[in-house]
Design a protein around this ligand. Structure first.
Ligand SMILES: Nc1ncnc2c1ncn2[C@@H]1O[C@H](COP(=O)(O)OP(=O)(O)OP(=O)(O)O)[C@@H](O)[C@H]1O
Ligand SMILES: [Mg+2]
Length: 349
């Protein structure tokens, strides 16, 4: 699915449409957009009221006639028209004018490794609607591996885990290609959901959707690890009476709740390793696992994966933007094309 570097070098913008965040890299400008993939719509008139961070802040706080929608779920654009309107607003007038000046605008968009033709078509249509004449699809795993500086073009194995909001993708790469990969439908959203359910069942406390992140921040430093305070105070609403109240929560129990969805990620790693040729698995014991994606920032996730697999685990420098920066590096021509047939090359010289 991944296009040649030559084609990518001709692109003007690269877009990563994620379930949680939308990121756009513009050639010559750099990372131009990094905003939540959300739009607030007036359901009476159909008008767009807000996009990005402002729309996300409105979630759960809107009157009846305003709805916050998310046009991307699980790595797939489910509402093409809304995704186009959202992208147009996120780009802003200045960038849109700048792009309109390009008579043959070319765009690159990342799609999950095993995305089906329908999902690929939806991503392409979204960008065609933005004025692109040609759209190239880039495999998220390759883009992320390039973005975090893995030696993808070398004949050694690298394992990458892209921890997104809706999905987690695990892959082993060697010689610039994906050797084996798995997509697990578990990500940051499932972890948030696990925390919400835990508080509902064990403390009869309802959390406003926005405060799950503060909870994770309260667990910061402890996260999934056993150090740090054993209890933390959480504010919410009583499930039965609806009255605001706060409870003291045992952080170890929250850790257990978070651990449950993560077991399927460990399963996914196991499957990838089983499908991987033994020589490459031997490489992985040294090189370890590279974690990218926003959920890689979940405190303690690296340690948990290290304990589960016994392999060294490293978090990328800027895990959340690796995918789009990887595409950016390919657009800028900072990645040298791989010479897959060096012998023929030498003869030609
Ligand atoms: N500091 C943090 N601690 C824990 N989780 C975090 C942190 N920062 C971001 N996240 C989580 O990362 C997720 C967003 O990651 P990312 O931006 O990679 O997703 P995405 O690319 O939009 O999603 P996908 O790739 O699944 O379509 C959210 O679910 C969010 O909860
Ligand atoms: Mg993503």
């Amino acid at each position: 699915m991944t296009v040649s570097l030559e084609q990518l070098r001709r692109c003007h913008i690269a877009v990563d449409l994620g379930a949680a965040r939308t990121r756009v890299f513009v050639k010559g400008t750099g990372l131009a957009v990094d905003e939540p993939s959300a739009a607030a719509v007036n359901t009476r008139t159909g008008a767009l009221i807000a996009v990005g961070a402002l729309a996300e802040r409105m979630t759960g706080r809107t009157p009846d006639y305003i709805r916050v929608v998310r046009p991307v779920t699980g790595g797939t654009v489910v509402d093409i028209e809304m995704a186009q309107r959202m992208l147009r607003h996120l780009l802003g007038d200045k960038l849109r004018r700048q792009l309109r000046r390009k008579p043959r605008l070319r765009a690159a968009v990342s799609t999950p490794h095993d995305s089906d033709p329908l999902a690929q078509r939806a991503a392409i249509e979204t960008l065609l609607g933005l004025g692109a004449r040609r759209v190239e699809l880039v495999d998220t795993l390759i883009a992320a591996a390039v973005g975090c500086g893995l030696p993808v073009e070398q004949p050694t194995a690298s394992m990458i885990i892209v921890c997104g909001a809706a999905t987690t993708q695990v892959a082993v790469l060697s010689l610039g290609s994906i050797v084996t990969a798995q997509r697990v439908p578990v990500g940051g959203n499932a972890i948030d959901h696990a925390v919400i359910q835990h508080l509902r069942h064990h403390h009869e406390l309802m959390l406003p959707s926005q405060s799950v992140r503060p909870l994770q921040l309260a667990l910061r430093g402890t996260g999934l690890t056993a150090d740090g305070p054993s209890r933390t105070e959480i504010h919410g609403r009583d499930v039965a009476t609806g009255v605001a109240r706060s409870v003291i929560v045992d952080t170890a129990a929250v850790r257990d709740a978070i651990y449950t969805p993560l077991t399927s990620v460990i399963d996914g790693i196991g499957k990838v390793l089983r499908d991987c040729p033994p020589d490459l698995v031997a490489d992985l014991a040294d090189s370890g696992i590279m974690l990218v994606g926003g959920s890689a920032l979940l405190p303690g996730l690296d340690q948990m994966l290290h304990e589960a697999t016994g392999m060294p685990v490293v978090i990328a420098e800027r895990p959340d933007v690796c995918t789009v920066l990887g595409m950016g590096a390919m657009l800028d021509g900072r990645i040298r094309p791989m010479v897959l047939d060096p012998l023929a090359d030498a003869q030609g010289a």
